[in-house]
Design a protein around this ligand. Structure first.
Ligand SMILES: Cc1cc2nc3c(=O)[nH]c(=O)nc-3n(C[C@H](O)[C@H](O)[C@H](O)COP(=O)(O)OP(=O)(O)OC[C@H]3O[C@@H](n4cnc5c(N)ncnc54)[C@H](O)[C@@H]3O)c2cc1C
Length: 300
């Protein structure tokens, strides 16, 4: 982390909430399901698909985890009702993984069952390393029952990911590959940008080798270019993969990829927890603060 980033990330958690709101507005659709739907409709109009995330994580109360489960089901129903092109992303700690694994399984099962009834899809976001094993376990249980309606995220910065990819891709499935956003120890994670990039492209090859569908979630030109090269070399049809980006990040690049004929999905977070979410992300990964600061002053 640069001195600049650490300075900004130190200051932002104490910044007035309205200032953080100005910044967050770019990355978060709003507080309500309708705010998310409006954003998705705009993205769909630009030829872009979406995945909606109802903000919430590290939930400690069963009542709240049940409410989060209902919100995710409401999102799926609203997607169908409003005929927008979006699926759903969920974090297992919002469905109660910190409370009890079986309880989280039941909640996830309810959400994915509803997605299956509606012909939609649920992506399990990957959280920090204490949750990796349990997230993969619950994914595999649900995937065995609903193979077309659930997918998982794999993080290229973890040493373990190459072997996870080999096991999971051999079972078939639908993956999102990202670098990983949490701060992890060097005993379990690659720390240099180049190592993470190399591992990312290695894992992407393994997924392609197994013929699995993949969401290439990155804004990094090295990875976007590397993925485009692999897609061209393998002659992959556009139905075999998609690019994925976060709301408000690198819009010109997103439009370029869509104009080139690639499928692209934008991650659309919404919810009342926008403030806590923004601050937690900044504390976890201060390098984001540099982007945020730039966004405040340049609007880019
Ligand atoms: C659709 C999607 C879903 C994700 N899901 C998960 C998940 O489940 N678990 C997880 O751990 N991580 C997830 N991530 C985050 C991911 O792991 C990375 O932390 C994040 O994408 C930044 O890495 P990068 O590959 O874009 O490369 P970077 O090198 O970080 O970014 C490349 C360039 O993109 C721009 N950029 C990147 N981030 C921002 C930003 N916030 N604001 C403004 N500009 C920015 C900058 O110009 C930067 O130089 C997800 C990312 C995406 C796109």
């Amino acid at each position: 982390m640069g001195v600049f980033d650490s300075l900004i990330s130190g200051i932002l958690p104490y910044a007035p909430k309205p200032l953080v709101r100005v910044v967050a507005r770019r990355y978060i659709a709003g507080e309500t399901i309708n705010d998310a739907m409006n954003t998705v409709r705009r993205l769909n109009g630009e030829g872009t698909m979406a995945t909606i995330d109802a903000l919430g994580e590290f939930v400690k109360s069963a009542e709240l985890a049940r409410a989060e489960t209902e919100t995710s089901i409401d999102v799926l129903q609203e997607i169908t009702r409003q005929h927008v092109d979006s699926n759903l992303s969920v974090k297992l700690t919002s469905l109660g993984l910190d409370i009890d694994t079986e309880f989280a399984y039941q909640n996830l099962h309810r959400v994915v069952s509803r997605a299956a009834e509606l012909g939609n899809f649920v992506r399990i976001d990957m959280e920090n390393s204490p949750y990796t094993d349990r997230t993969i376990d619950l994914y595999r249980r649900i995937h065995a029952e609903f193979p077309a309606n659930i997918g998982i995220v794999l993080q290229a910065y973890l040493h373990r990911t190459e072997s996870d990819v080999r096991v999971l891709a051999a079972e078939g499935g639908h993956f999102r590959l990202c670098k990983g956003i949490y701060v992890e120890s060097e005993t379990i994670a690659f720390k240099s940008r180049e190592e993470v990039q190399q591992n990312y492209l290695r894992c992407l090859d393994i997924i392609f080798d197994h013929g699995c569908y993949v969401g290439i979630a990155t804004h990094d030109d090295v990875l976007i270019d590397g993925a485009r090269r692999k897609i061209a070399e393998r002659g992959l049809a556009r139905e075999r993969y998609e690019f994925q980006m976060l709301l408000g990040v690198r819009d010109p690049k997103r439009r370029e990829l869509v104009a080139q004929g690639h499928r692209l999905r934008v991650y659309v977070p919404f919810g009342h927890d926008w403030y806590g979410y923004s601050i937690r992300r900044l504390k976890e990964n201060p390098s984001i603060a540099g982007h945020v600061f730039k966004a405040i002053f340049t609007g880019n």
